[in-house]
Design a binder for this molecule. Structure first.
Ligand code: AHR
Length: 517
């Protein structure tokens, strides 16, 4: 049943749609007492690479900057990130990770060597943001660091020493070097990536070649003291199922805790990414169609993993996902800077709902990327900062972190375009540790409101304690530095909850989350 769930995503609503009299109505049945899986908070993770203005300008401005900062990191960004409770942050790449030599990024900043960032615009990387700066930032944000080590151009020794430098508490060359650089106590680092996209920018390896290398590198990533590494293997590109199968077959259980998967959504394809703004309704439809392909990918990769790991000891780690469009006109093509519209908020809602529905295998995910790159949640320009529509989804959805997933049965109509159909709504629900139930609804239809009838079985005598909405004038609406609140999180009025049944009109092109307590 589980294996087929992903394919059913599209099929279920389509099949049932014929029983629903009008597209503008939907019935959702929530079983509040039947949850078994926990939604790992780590699927709400983020990613910041040395790419464009993600780190430099976006996060790091240096202690001497006129932009208000804490130890060199912008205060406005820190405040915004704390608000959404980011559970983990992946760094330093991406493709950059397999060219990064961590020793260049420690010690006095003025003495750190410079390098060329060959992947991303050929700009000079001065290494002023390195291991200490990153781990101190994670402490400030109260988030778990997720470090991606260099397998592509680095040695086993180099990766091994990085782990020792960060996590060893005793007397050793690397621990002593860390102390010389001002950090007495080790940091705790759990999530450790062994290379990135090693089928491509991370070394152009074959799956068997990578698996063999993984075993060597992972062997020397040691657990020091009470630090326990959670080792993540560089996984497949999109639908490369052979890669998944080869790694699952050739890496012994216990050596690999997670297997990464990367999937980006284009408005059309890699060679025709489309624009971040000014798209038409057909492009909107195609983008969402591409986004929900995630469900099939998770289903099929999980099915392979199930064959080799029925106990689900290896987690599927979607450590790069999000929308990838053409860069904003006039910006450096290597910097991947794009705007972010209500379409992206809807895409994020759909994707997070899909992750929830795969909570048994998908336990970590990282949207790409946090600031100023691809589907960013934050954009900056000099001292200005703006929160994107996608940011507000992470804010709205934080209530689902570590909550128990509740089964949801959705009977809805479709949003049709190009002679194709997508289910018009997507729903997810969870119960948190205090018993509060949160129901999140996404209406992808840009024109039609949908009347929702939602019996919440087994919920007891609850009341609506909060309702929030994200919407905008149209799906192309976005926030700018001059108009930062065109798409924002707002109170939602109009829902009623009587006799265990929730009723409300879900506005066109919106995301709504309702809390019952
Ligand atoms: O996120 C941008 C790039 O996309 C990453 O560096 C790489 O891993 C992926 O191809």
């Amino acid at each position: 049943m589980n294996k087929r769930r992903g394919f059913l995503y599209g099929m279920l609503c389509l099949a049932i749609a014929s029983f629903v009299s009008a597209q503008e109505k939907a019935e959702v049945i929530i079983n509040a007492d039947l949850g078994t899986q926990t939604i790992s908070r780590h699927i709400y993770g983020h990613f910041s690479e040395h790419l464009g203005r993600s780190i430099y300008g976006g996060l790091w401005v240096g202690e001497d900057s006129s932009i208000p900062n804490t130890n060199g990191v912008r205060n406005d960004v820190i405040k915004a990130l704390k608000q959404i409770k980011i559970p983990n942050l992946r760094w330093p790449g991406g493709c950059f990770a397999d060219e990064y030599h961590w020793m260049d990024g420690i010690g006095p900043r003025s003495e750190r060597p410079k390098m060329i960032n060959t992947h991303w615009g050929g700009v000079v990387e001065d290494n002023s943001f390195g291991t200490h700066e990153f781990l101190n930032l994670c402490e400030l944000l109260e988030t778990e660091p997720y470090i991606c080590g260099n397998m592509g151009s680095g040695t086993v020794e180099e990766m091994s020493k990085w782990v020792e430098y960060i996590t060893f508490d005793g007397e050793s060359p690397m621990a002593n070097l860390r102390r010389e650089n001002g950090r007495e106590k080790p940091w705790q680092v759990k999530f450790w990536g062994v290379g990135n996209e090693n089928w491509g920018c991370g070394g152009n390896m074959s799956p068997a070649g990578y698996a063999e290398n993984y075993r060597r590198y992972a062997t020397y990533c040691r657990n020091y003291g009470d630090n326990r590494l959670f080792k993540i293997a560089g996984g497949p590109n999109v639908d490369d199922y052979r890669w998944t199968e080869t790694l699952m077959k050739n890496i012994p259980r216990g050596m690999m805790n997670g297997l990464s998967l990367h999937y980006y959504t284009f408005a059309d394809s890699w060679t025709n990414k489309g624009n971040a703004t000014g798209f038409d309704d057909n492009e909107y439809f195609r983008t969402l169609e591409n986004a929900v392909h995630m469900d099939e990918l998770l289903t099929r990769h999980s099915a392979i993993m199930d064959q080799y790991d029925p106990e689900k000891r290896v987690e599927l780690v979607v450590d790069e996902w999000g929308a990838w469009y053409n860069v904003e006109p006039g910006t450096n093509p290597g910097f991947l800077y794009q705007q972010n519209t209500l379409r992206d908020a809807i895409l994020a809602g759909l994707t997070l709902n899909i992750f929830h529905s795969h909570a048994d295998r998908v336990k970590i995910a990282n949207i790409a990327q946090m600031v100023n790159v691809l589907q960013a949640i934050i954009l900056t320009e000099g001292e200005q900062m703006v929160l994107t529509p996608t940011y507000h989804v992470f804010d709205m959805y934080k209530v689902h972190q570590d909550a128990v997933l509740l089964p949801a049965d959705v009977r809805c109509g479709t949003y049709d375009r190009l002679e194709r159909s997508l289910p018009a709504i997507s729903v997810t629900a969870s119960k948190d540790k205090d018993g509060a139930i949160h129901l999140s609804f996404v209406n992808i239809d840009p024109a039609n409101d949908i009347e929702i009838t939602c019996p919440v079985r087994g919920a007891g005598n609850n009341k609506i304690t909060s309702s929030q909405i994200i919407t905008g004038e149209n799906v192309r609406t976005y926030n700018t530095f001059a108009q930062p609140e065109k798409v924002k999180l707002a109170a939602f009025k109009g829902a009623s909850y009587k006799n265990g049944e929730l009723r409300f009109k879900l506005p066109a092109k919106s995301l709504v989350t309702i809390e019952l307590k």
